[in-house]
Write a protein that binds this ligand. Structure first.
Ligand SMILES: CC(C)(COP(=O)(O)OP(=O)(O)OC[C@H]1O[C@@H](n2cnc3c(N)ncnc32)[C@H](O)[C@@H]1OP(=O)(O)O)[C@@H](O)C(=O)NCCC(=O)NCCS
Length: 147
């Protein structure tokens, strides 16, 4: 089946940190031959967790909520997926992270299409799995780290 053309290439975010880069494999495909949305969602959860755990100052974290995934472009085998994230809120027990995902096609290196974006909330939990106040040294990063 012919593939729909990509939307124009976009600039990568400068206000977020690159927290994960991964290449999906054939085993991650759906029945159409594109990458399964659930696989992308799990990678977004992992990417958001990188910053949540850093902000949580050593607490165990669990994902409590994810706001709306919209997939504007398919992800294909061999794309390089880049996950950019920033912490948007540190609460009493929770950390909220915004994650944006960009695909670099194998055939168009140096060009990026935005695949999806989601806002995820992680909660610090104690040994019993109950919500637990974050450590006092938790902080919202003010700028993306240098790569
Ligand atoms: C995480 C868990 C311990 C939280 O317990 P809870 O009693 O539901 O949550 P609380 O009412 O104590 O709220 C804890 C924090 O989560 C936030 N929160 C709860 N529900 C939320 C929602 N739907 N959206 C955004 N934040 C939410 C609260 O605002 C609060 O944040 P704050 O303290 O920083 O203000 C519990 O819901 C749980 O065990 N969930 C399963 C987690 C899990 O297994 N995740 C993997 C999915 S398979």
């Amino acid at each position: 089946m012919p593939r729909s053309p990509d939307l124009p290439s976009v600039a990568l975010p400068t206000d977020k940190e690159l927290v994960l880069r991964v290449v999906p494999m054939p085993g991650d495909c759906n029945a159409n031959g594109d990458i399964f949305g659930g696989w992308v969602m799990s990678q977004v959860d992992l990417a958001g967790c990188v910053l949540a755990m850093r902000s949580a100052g050593g607490n165990r974290m669990a994902t409590v909520a994810v706001k709306e995934f919209i997939f504007k472009q398919p992800v294909r085998v061999g794309d390089v997926l880049s996950f950019y994230a920033c912490v948007t809120r540190v609460g009493r027990t929770s950390v909220t992270v915004d994650v944006e995902v960009f695909a670099e096609r194998m055939t168009h290196q140096g060009q990026f299409v935005k695949v999806t974006e989601a806002v995820l909330t992680y909660v610090a939990i104690d040994a019993q799995g109950n919500s637990h106040p974050l450590n006092s040294n938790s902080a919202v990063p003010t700028a993306p780290a240098e790569l």
